[in-house]
Each structure stands twice: as C-alpha cells, then as structure tokens.
Design a protein around this ligand. Sequence first.
Ligand SMILES: [Zn+2]
Length: 258
Amino acid sequence: MAPYVGAAVAVLMLSLVGCAAQEPLPPTPIPRDEASIERVDMSYLPELKPPAACAGYVALTFDDGPTNLTPDLLAVLDHYEIPAAFFNTGTQERVHSRLVERTLAAGHQLGNHTMTHPDLLAVGLKDALADIDAATVTHRDLSHDAAPLFRPPFGNTSAEIRAAVESRGMLEVLWTVDSKDFEATTVEQVVEKSKGMTDGGILLMHDGKPLTIEALPLIVEHYYAQGLCFGRVVAADTELPTDRFDQTHRARAEKQEP
Ligand SMILES: [Zn+2]
C-alpha cells in the first residue's frame, strides 16, 4: 500500500461499504463523521503534467458511494483538477448526506444508482422504477440537484428501464472499460484493467476502495501519456459500444467547460 493513503486506510477497510459487482450492497453501516477521517497526504501524490493539447477526453466514474473514503477520492481529484461522475445509491447518500453537497460543490457530476442497488431485471419493472424514483427523491431532498445521470446496478438494464429513466430526464450511462476494482488485490491490477479507453471512453470504478484511490494517479498518468484528458459524461449523438456484453449506450466523455 502506497504511503499517501496512510495507515487510516487499514482501519477504514474494516468499515467499507462498497459493493462487489455481483453482490447487493451490505446493510447500512453505522454513520461516521467524515471530517474525522485522516485525509490523503498530498505530498506523496506525484506531480503529473496534462497533455499540452488534449487528443480527446475520457471520464472517470465511481459507483456505490458516498462512503468514508469519498473525501479522500475528492482530495485526489481536486489535486489533479480532474472532474468525475459519482453514481451514488440513495441508501449511501442518506448515510453520508454531507458528502452529496460536497461532491457537487467540487464540480463533479452526480448520478442515480438506485436506492438499494437491486438487480433491476430480477425485481421487475414496477419495483425497479420505484427503487430508482426513491433514489431521485432522496437525492433531491439532500441536494436540490436533479442527478441527470443514471447507471443500473451491475449494468443490468432493459429497453423499458432505459426509456423510463430517459422519460425522467436522466441519461443512462454504462461504461466502456471496467476497472474490476471490486475484485482487485493489488494497485497494479486496477491500473492494468483501467487501460484501453479511447476518446469518449468512460471508466467504471467504485467509491470506497483504497486500491482505487491508490491507483488513480497511475491511471491519470497513463491517459495523459496517451494525450487524453479527463472530461465529463454527456449524451452522445449515436449508440456507442460498452464492455457490458453487447450493450450500447448513448453516453460519452467530453471536455468539461469551466
Ligand atoms: Zn453498483
């Protein structure tokens, strides 16, 4: 474990609430005071130089937060002045409500990742939409923000779900590369799996994973070396491929306007 994440991570790992991709979220954890968590030591973060001219844009996305580690994630993103999209569950937003405003205030995008993280295809359309709507209500109550993005848990979606979320004013966002950080045991694994995006690509990662935070500077360095910069998630004009079986989506990364 790199030193900049600090010894606090070892303690935090005992209380992490992220989800493995094929498992439902665990029960709601005991709320903690995020401000009391030791922050990332910025002096250990490598200085990285963005490309002089961006050959394209890719987007970082973090699912299943907010968590105890969201402040650390925000600190690293802030250090490199990189935008990201956070696909939060309503359940986690209730636990870490202050982090919702904080993430928005830092200029990041927020997305609906349902209330309780069910497999939307397994629960049926009615219950699926009820769970999505519950997250929307929670998010609006906490932030007065509309959370214009949506990501189905496990990427499990259907034409009906997609049409329903679009009718609710949200853009369904899958991913072009999966970092597989939920099953990684080393930083190197996260970095290797995170490679492969080209212009417009969207990377799936998870909030609450110490390895992901450690990997982030190396992932940024990799894409800078490709001439790519980091942008926000926007609607694409056409259907684009994802690495979620043969699914497509209409989302891509684009330059974040100031
Ligand atoms: Zn998830």
